[in-house]
Design a protein around this ligand. Sequence first.
Ligand code: ADP
Length: 172
Amino acid sequence: MASKPRIGVYPGTFDPLTLGHLDIIRRGAHLVDRLVIGVTTNPSKSPMFTVAERMAMVAQETSDIPSVSVVEFDSLLMDFAEREGATLILRGLRAVADFEYEYQMAGMNQQLNDRIETVFLMADVCLQPIASRLVKEIARYGGVIDKFVTPAVATAVAQRLSQDPEFSDRRA
Ligand code: ADP
């Protein structure tokens, strides 16, 4: 009998998708048969990009990895993972700053559903400091973000800032 495919979920806001996220996606894709990228609507973060735009970015930049799919979600993460048939949740761990939040979230998610494990991955050392929030901040001040995002994402950020300069007042 064929064994059940191992499915993982990598949830995030991806506002915007960075090279750090992409590195985690590539590493994660090796660990599972199917990797579902869960893009949260997360209105509390006042995202720069709509969920549809963020999903399109992720889909475009991962089109060469057949096992990756992109799904919107605005429910409890554990419910989303269960719906997708996942047994793993992937999260990226950057520095000490991420640890406290991720530790709490993984612990609480474990209480909600003990059948799904949270697995932490580290991005390549040179990609670890990258954060979507800082990418947006650098771009707002006219800095070059090419080292942190793909060319298509850099263009999308530049376009958004030129269309909506008011955006510079919003939080990441
Ligand atoms: P969230 O709002 O859920 O934190 P993000 O899009 O900011 O969504 O991040 C999604 C996941 O990717 C988180 O687990 C975050 O720690 C991880 N991540 C983001 N950037 C990096 C990076 N440069 N290296 C490793 N992990 C990262």
